[in-house]
Every structure is written in C-alpha cells, then in structure tokens.
Design a protein around this ligand. Structure first.
Ligand code: SF4
Length: 251
C-alpha cells in the first residue's frame, strides 16, 4: 500500500503546475484510494482550504486539534465556519491522562521553563492527537506554504510522509499570504480577526504573539526559543528533522 501511495504522490505532484488549489483538492479527493484528512489550525490558509472543501462538497474529512490553549478568537472562527457552511469541523483532543500527568509534572505553563517542557506540551497537545486524527487515512492535507519560513522553502504540492505512512499534500504550497488574503476577502471566508492585528501565524495563545513590521511571518511563534527549534513537531520527520523538501524518494 505504501509503495502505491508513494507512486501516486509522484504522479500527482507532477501534475501540479496546471492546477488551481480547488482543482488540486478535487484531484486528491478523486484519486486517493482511501480517506483523506485535512487538519486545520483555523488560520487564514486553512480557512481558504476549508472553504474550498465545504463549498465544493468534497469528501475530505476536516479536523482540528483542539489543544485546549487556543485563542478565544479561534473558537469563534470555528463556530462561524460551521454556521456558514453547515458542516462540522471534527475535534481531536489530547489524551486526558497524559495531559493531567504533564500539567501535574511541569505546571500549567511549564512550556516557558525549558525547551523540553515546551516540546512535551506540543507532544501531548498536538503530536499524539495528530497521529489519531490521521489514523487509517491514505492522505493528509495541510495549509503549509513555501514562503512561511526558511524551513519550508523546498516544499512541493504532494509528497510521501514516511513518518505517518501516507500522502502529504500542500495545495497552497506556492501561494503567497497576500494572494490568500485577497481570496478569503473576495469569497467572504471567516478569518481570525487577530490576523489583522499582526498575528500572522496563529497557534496556541501562550505561544503566539503579534509580529513587528519587517519580522518573518512565524517570528511570533515560540519567540523565546532559538529559531531552529520553532516547530511544534507536526511537520517533523520520524528522525526529528524538520520537513523541508520533497518527501518522495528519488525526486
Ligand atoms: Fe503547548 Fe504551546 Fe505547543 Fe500549544 S503551541 S501545544 S501551548 S507548547
């Protein structure tokens, strides 16, 4: 199965120059043999993809990882989106026992005290739930873009994610933030009002601040840590390397 998915990933990736994001999603929905899951963080890129999936009535599951530490504005976007499109965004929660153990060990805001505490928090609240969200799926769709950070420059439309054993597709990989902003504005897509206040990349409330003019887009995420450590682990390969390039072997 993995070999088939790898071959399909190569084939789909080769077709991308001719396709719009909506066509890319249609292609994935039609060609992937099995369940396709889109995980949304409710940020502007993900809202564009949710809009396309719901408007085009695609058979793609839309899920969000509710870490329990999201901004109130994120919950409002979640509610507004379900109301507008009449579709449910499925929630995936951290394991209760692991969460209790972590908070009792390192404190409710232990994530600020040491990098390993922060990583443990992302592991419990995001990485483990992501594994459950993707369990049994053949493809995973994300809203990642190349120009979000230096780590993402080499990203392509479709690759094979060996860590999860599935196709990983980034239908907005070559779109800019401004193109996405214009699209969501034209299509009246609900977006988080914090974006307009300088929160360009929005994650959990304790770990996100607004960026200053001229700062990189993701400078407001885990800003107190060294730049190379600023990933939550969702887009990291099994050996710990940050996913930064085509994942299809031989490409
Ligand atoms: Fe915890 Fe911050 Fe990671 Fe959210 S982003 S899971 S609050 S460390």
């Amino acid at each position: 199965m993995s070999a088939d998915l790898e071959a399909l990933a190569r084939e789909l990736d080769a077709a991308f120059p001719r396709l719009t994001p909506a066509e890319r999603l249609h292609t994935l929905a039609e060609r992937v043999p099995g369940r396709t899951v889109f995980t949304t963080s409710l940020g502007i890129e993900d809202q564009m993809l949710t809009h396309l999936i719901f408007s085009e009535k695609l058979g793609i599951e839309v899920k969000t990882l509710d870490t329990g530490r999201l901004f109130p504005e994120a919950y409002q976007v979640w509610r507004d989106t379900e109301e507008k499109y009449g579709r449910r965004i499925r929630a995936v929660y951290p394991n209760g026992e692991a969460l209790e153990e972590m908070v009792n060990d390192q404190g409710v805001d232990g994530l600020y005290y040491a990098p390993e505490f922060r990583k443990r928090c992302c592991g419990v609240r995001k990485v483990e739930p992501l594994g459950r969200a993707l369990h049994g799926a053949a493809a995973w769709i994300t809203g990642l873009r190349r120009d979000q950070s230096a780590n993402r420059q080499g990203m392509e439309f479709v690759g094979f994610d060996a860590a999860h054993g599935l196709i990983k597709a980034n239908p907005l990989f070559d779109w800019t933030r401004e193109e996405i902003r214009l699209f969501t504005e034209d299509a009246h897509v609900p977006v988080n009002p914090l974006h307009a206040k300088g929160f360009l990349s929005i994650g959990c409330a304790p770990c996100t601040r607004a960026v200053k003019p001229g700062e990189p887009e993701r400078a407001g995420r885990w800003w107190w840590e060294e730049e190379t450590l600023r990933e939550c682990g969702l887009h990291v390969e099994a050996d710990g390397r940050v996913v930064r390039a085509k994942l299809v072997p031989g490409n």
